[in-house]
Design a protein around this ligand. Sequence first.
Ligand code: ZN
Length: 54
Amino acid sequence: MGEMADMVIEGGMCGHCGVIYRKDHGYPVLCKRCWDKATPEERKGYQKAIHKEG
Ligand SMILES: [Zn+2]
């Protein structure tokens, strides 16, 4: 596993599309768009992102 996986685990980027956040969440997240599209199965292990993208 590389840096990308670490960033997902730390919530620094969306686990599906890879959009980057200004702050790490400290847990795996999906961005609002991916969260809304994701099935309950796909949401497993993720929270909805709350920090700003960019
Ligand atoms: Zn996303």
